[in-house]
Design a protein around this ligand. Structure first.
Ligand code: NI
Length: 130
């Protein structure tokens, strides 16, 4: 099997979100679950407060698979529940806060760093694939 057909075979596998999400338990550490057109589908769990940050060049989509979280913006807070998604436009400061564990699917350019313009102990530069 050539590399190209191997890759096509790989991406033709369907993904079960609950199954993938049950394979890890740490927070604020996104995994790559798929890739298309330079964008990545990532799975992540949040619990607690993340940090204020923004992304200069990327818009981010947060789709809640299970649970809910608050997306804090400088002028308001948006609660996102299971079955809903929120798009954060580039340049807009945001901070996700989850009182309880929440399971999230992210859709964003592969170049997107989880902590955006900030680098600290929460920054994840190398993401594992599920
Ligand atoms: Ni962000």
């Amino acid at each position: 099997m050539s590399l190209v057909s191997l890759w096509e075979f790989y991406i033709m596998e369907k993904v079960n979100l609950a199954e993938k999400l049950s394979s890890f338990s740490d927070y604020f550490n996104p995994r790559i679950a798929g890739e298309l057109n330079g964008q990545q589908v990532k799975l992540v769990k949040f619990k607690g407060e993340f940090i204020w940050h923004h992304h200069d060049n990327e818009d981010e989509l947060f789709y809640v698979v299970k649970g809910s979280f608050d997306m804090q913006l400088r002028d308001k807070t948006i609660t996102v529940n299971a079955g809903e998604f929120l798009i954060m436009p580039r340049g807009v400061e945001h901070r996700p806060v989850a009182r309880e564990e929440v399971e999230i699917m992210l859709f964003e350019p592969a170049s997107t760093l989880n902590t955006g313009n900030i680098e600290n102990e929460l920054t994840r530069k190398e993401l594992n694939r599920l």
